[in-house]
Design a binder for this molecule. Sequence first.
Ligand SMILES: CC1=C(CCC(=O)O)c2cc3nc(cc4[nH]c(cc5[nH]c(cc1n2)c(C)c5CCC(=O)O)c(CCC(=O)O)c4C)C(CCC(=O)O)=C3C
Ligand SMILES: [Fe+2]
Length: 382
Amino acid sequence: MTTTPEAPMPAEYIAQQPLEGERMNYDAILLASFGGPEGQDHVIPFLRNVTAGRGIPDERLEEVATHYRANGGVSPINAQNLELKAALEAELAKRQIEIPMYWGNRNWDPYFNDTFREMHEVGHRKVLVLVTSAYAGYSSNDQYLEDFERSLKETGLEGELKLVKIRQFFYDKAFTSPNEEFLAAGIKDVQSQLQDKGKTEGKIKVLFVTHSIPTSVAEAQGPQRIKDLFGTDVYTAQHKAVADYLMSAVSEADGIDYQVVFQSRSGDPRTPWLEPDINDQIEEDAAGGYAGVVVVPFGFISDHMEVIWDLDTEAKETAEELGLAFHRAPTTGVHPEFISGLVDVMGEYITGVNAEPLANGEQTVPGDWSDLTREGGWGTPL
Ligand SMILES: CC1=C(CCC(=O)O)c2cc3nc(cc4[nH]c(cc5[nH]c(cc1n2)c(C)c5CCC(=O)O)c(CCC(=O)O)c4C)C(CCC(=O)O)=C3C
Ligand SMILES: [Fe+2]
């Protein structure tokens, strides 16, 4: 066997070292996420944090608490974020980008207030923020910006810490490339499950699943341009565009039916949320003669509680009761292409000498996605 010498690092991957005395435009990176409970006694306080002032009925909270209780009161999300942070740090180091990374959450320890104070105390002033949400929407973008503003006020660090939030990345290769791989593997798995059952003629449906949101929230999001183009709200449109792209990019998906569906609806049952719910759709598909479903949770970037409960427990049970073959695809997690693609996106904001960006994300999902959220929502790069 011959050994290949290590490939030289592409030039664009190497941070240009700042000139003597000159600093990079950011001195810290913040990984900003949702947070989750670490034990049984955290579950209720965590859920109260999440739903503060948003009119989620107590019965819904008690029901959601049982999902966490069944897992020892621990959400997997914190460990997953620490793993993501370590993988990103390793990739930054590989590219000689020497900017330290911090972690903070909306709903649990370490809270943004604490992380902001810590970053400020050690002397950081210019912070690039990566939020763990791929799509643009109120919960995944605007609410984080509101949280950051509130934390800066509460800590008295307004004007002291300058934060710039990185854009959404659902349309980047970083996100679509691992999902292409997962989609192909999922289809092959369901096909072979059907083969084992002697159902080689059985039709397969791919269900791309994301988090439901209230229809009123979905409809309030602009721009009109995208609504006109897709004939639906902007939240759904983003997901449809990714689903269309993934199906076209994966040869195993040729001729296979697919649909965007929703999970984890919450709130008052009388308030309309985006539909169809994944369980309802699986029932309809069983009635419609499908023999198997491939469930791709492309609304999320890690296998957190909503994925393992709503899909691996509930949706799986629905499919099994109806005799359908079932495959739940993984989320991007710390897939090497996700990590390196995310650092490319970060590199659009980080400049070395000559104010040149260190890297650029590669857009795969066609379309102009540059104006999806509230004005100035991404932050003006420093
Ligand atoms: C769009 C969206 C994402 C995807 C974008 C993104 O990834 O950011 C997301 C992610 C997540 N949602 C999560 C957990 C929860 N979400 C809740 C409630 C809600 N989510 C909403 C929307 C979203 N949520 C909404 C409109 C509500 C209603 C209340 C409100 O307006 O806030 C509730 C309260 C109980 C309930 O009602 O279900 C919980 C516990 C976890 C952590 C899981 C873990 O612990 O591992 C994650 C990553
Ligand atoms: Fe949620």
